[in-house]
Design a protein around this ligand. Structure first.
Ligand SMILES: Cc1cc2nc3c(=O)[nH]c(=O)nc-3n(C[C@H](O)[C@H](O)[C@H](O)COP(=O)(O)OP(=O)(O)OC[C@H]3O[C@@H](n4cnc5c(N)ncnc54)[C@H](O)[C@@H]3O)c2cc1C
Length: 250
């Protein structure tokens, strides 16, 4: 049964499916659920008298009313599979506390930010960017370089590409570079090819990042995280300036 001390309900208020098995929902919790960019919410569904729950990074900005999430359906996944069936108006369970320390020290003072994501790993960076974009537009934040690299198998999986390209065009401090690793399945694609790790050094170097100058933030697939960390370590970056949010164990 759902413990009302720990959990509240939330309603799905919108849904968009950028690609098969990838969807973006906005949920409206029945309680206040404060959070910072980089934090996650724990979603749940009841099954056979118990709550199945998993963490999901938040894409929306704390300045928005509802909570937005970008989710991948894992075949036969215990939670993501039944979650995928929920349409607008459906109810689910949320933990009453958001959590997570990823991005807690951003924006960095006087240093460029390198954000690296695989598919849904872009979520915390979207939350950060929406928040700082509002602050910059209001004259409340002095922009520092932010470079976001996002990898996916095919371009339809990028999910937030239109919004991120628009931010890249609006702000000269922000650069968005998507890359696809299966270009042969994506004949119209004209952007970067390969995994994010393959293009990371080239863009980090061009952005003027060097050891002692720049913070690295990695989010999503465990293979990308271990590969990207090793590349930045070989480039001389200290382990402690490389932060990560790994979505599942190696
Ligand atoms: C801090 C944090 C934030 C997260 N944020 C997101 C998010 O924003 N969006 C999102 O889609 N997921 C996110 N995840 C992953 C999410 O919590 C679940 O693990 C995922 O939805 C699978 O749960 P499941 O019950 O369907 O699969 P399970 O039945 O628990 O099976 C999971 C197994 O499937 C495999 N797997 C394959 N692809 C994936 C994948 N994309 N994610 C997880 N496991 C995979 C792994 O081997 C894993 O062990 C996050 C995880 C963490 C720890």
């Amino acid at each position: 049964m759902m413990d009302p001390e720990k959990y509240a309900t939330a309603t799905v208020v919108s849904r968009r499916d950028p690609a098969p098995d990838l969807w973006i929902i906005r949920i409206h919790p029945q309680i206040e659920l404060p959070y910072r960019p980089g934090q996650y919410v724990t979603l749940g569904l009841q099954s056979n008298g118990r709550v199945i729950e998993r963490p999901y990074s938040i894409c929306s900005s704390p300045l928005e009313g509802d909570i937005e999430l970008f989710i991948e359906r894992v075949p036969d996944g215990e939670l993501s599979d039944p979650l995928f069936a929920l349409g607008v108006g459906a109810e689910l369970i949320v933990r009453k506390r958001t959590k997570g320390l990823f991005l807690r020290d951003t924006p960095l003072a006087a240093e460029p930010h390198l954000f690296v994501a695989t598919v849904t790993g872009v979520a915390p960076f979207v939350s950060f960017l929406r928040t700082v974009a509002s602050q910059v537009r209001a004259g409340e934040w002095t922009p520092l370089p932010v470079l976001l690299l996002q990898g996916a198998a095919r371009s339809v999986e990028l999910g937030y590409a239109d919004e991120l390209v628009a931010l890249d065009q609006e702000f000269d401090w922000f650069t968005y570079v998507p890359t696809v690793s299966r270009p042969w399945e994506d004949p119209e694609w004209r952007g970067e090819w390969g995994r994010v790790e393959d293009i990371m050094r080239k863009y980090a170097d061009a952005a003027g990042m060097h050891p002692g100058h720049g913070g690295v933030f990695l989010c999503g697939h465990p293979g990308m995280i271990s590969g990207a960390r090793a590349i930045m370590r070989r480039a001389g970056f200290d382990n402690k300036v490389i932060r990560e949010e790994q979505y599942w164990p190696d």
